[in-house]
Design a protein around this ligand. Sequence first.
Ligand SMILES: [Zn+2]
Length: 96
Amino acid sequence: MFVNGCFWHGHDCHLFRLPATRTEWWRDKIEATKARDSAQCAALQNDGWRVGTIWECAMRGRSRIGLDEVAERCAIWLQGNDERLEVYGHKKGATV
Ligand SMILES: [Zn+2]
């Protein structure tokens, strides 16, 4: 299970915004982190691990779904067979 900060891991949500200063440096840094996350997830799955990611926006900010909902989704995933879990906050315009 990973718990990712939305800024540091470049999540597509309201908690991520590329800084206005040293923008290229930050873009390179965040893109490298995203590439590393993707490679690590693929390597873990290749080794037979199931990979869960909980994004910061699920628990903090205006899109949060709350700890109880996060825990419930994790519990369902842990008891099931899906290889991958991602828990994130409400997307803009989403109804759930
Ligand atoms: Zn997020």
